[in-house]
Design a protein around this ligand. Structure first.
Ligand SMILES: [Zn+2]
Ligand SMILES: [Zn+2]
Length: 266
């Protein structure tokens, strides 16, 4: 059985990752992976939107870096993708991005619960003190459901990101998960098992086991991602993610080529 593809990795163009795509690819080969995908933070229409993504005029450089890795590692399947921020109203921009290159897939991620608060940004950690935790989770999952229903993405990224710093509501979140996963199933959108959460304060894979169980019951497909921001993070903790997926009932995961999907065992 092949190991799962690592479909979530970054490049220095986003200004908070280190190591070139060829270094990530070398690490993947060393680990015995057969397929990876680069999904760096996509540009916004306005380059001054924030400071943790590539600029618009760097998109072609990004593609060239991934193509270079493909050329240097012909034994490894390397997919070309983006992690795209979903904000309501940005749909047209995302369609424009989609038309720019022959992408293999888009990961749709919600980092922003409003135009100026990216909830996972350590520089804005204090903002959590001004907010009601359940309210933030509610807005976040509403946006996640909208992202899944938009049809713009093959994968939804780190589905319970608001737990990153340990902010967990006491209220029952099952209805929030249900609404999101119903949308994901309806629009045939996968969710990722993202091992970066294990490296954050929450010390947990995204998403939580309860969300994954519900996803399996509904028939929502999965992918795997390390969310590597450095070469040594490629494929990190995949053994734990595979174990979690198997315990939940999953035996297959999704792969993409030029936005076409297929299922493979893992
Ligand atoms: Zn990042
Ligand atoms: Zn992300």
């Amino acid at each position: 059985m092949e190991p799962p593809a690592d479909y979530h990795m970054h490049t220095p163009l986003c200004r908070h990752a280190r190591g070139e795509p060829v270094e990530y690819a070398a690490q993947a080969v060393k680990l015995g992976l057969t397929e990876i995908g680069f999904s760096d933070h996509s540009p916004m229409r306005r380059d001054d939107f924030d400071n943790w993504r590539m600029r618009h005029d760097q998109l072609d450089d990004y593609v060239a870096k991934v193509r270079q890795a493909q050329k240097e590692f012909p034994q490894l399947t390397i997919r070309l993708a983006l992690e795209v921020d979903y904000l309501p109203g940005h749909e047209e921009w995302i369609r424009e991005l989609a038309a720019r290159h022959p992408w293999d897939y888009f990961i749709g991620s919600v980092h922003y619960v409003s135009d100026d608060w990216d909830i996972d940004n350590p520089a804005k950690l204090s903002e959590w003190k001004n907010r009601d935790t359940f309210e933030v989770w509610s807005v976040y999952f509403d946006r996640l459901a909208m992202a899944a229903a938009s049809g713009l993405f093959e994968i939804i990224g780190h589905a319970d990101l608001p737990k990153k710093f340990g902010h967990r509501p006491v209220q029952d979140c099952a209805p929030l998960y249900d609404k999101f996963l119903t949308a994901a199933k309806q629009h045939d959108c996968a969710i990722e098992l993202n091992t970066a959460g294990l490296r954050k304060d929450c010390r947990e894979i995204y998403p939580h086991r309860d969300i994954l169980k519900l996803a399996f019951q509904k028939g929502v497909p999965i992918t795997f991602g390390s969310d590597a921001h450095a070469p040594e993070e490629v494929g990190m903790d995949f053994n734990l993610a595979i174990q979690l997926a198997r315990e939940t009932g999953y035996r297959e995961c999704r792969r993409f080529e030029l936005r076409q999907r297929r299922m493979v065992g893992f």
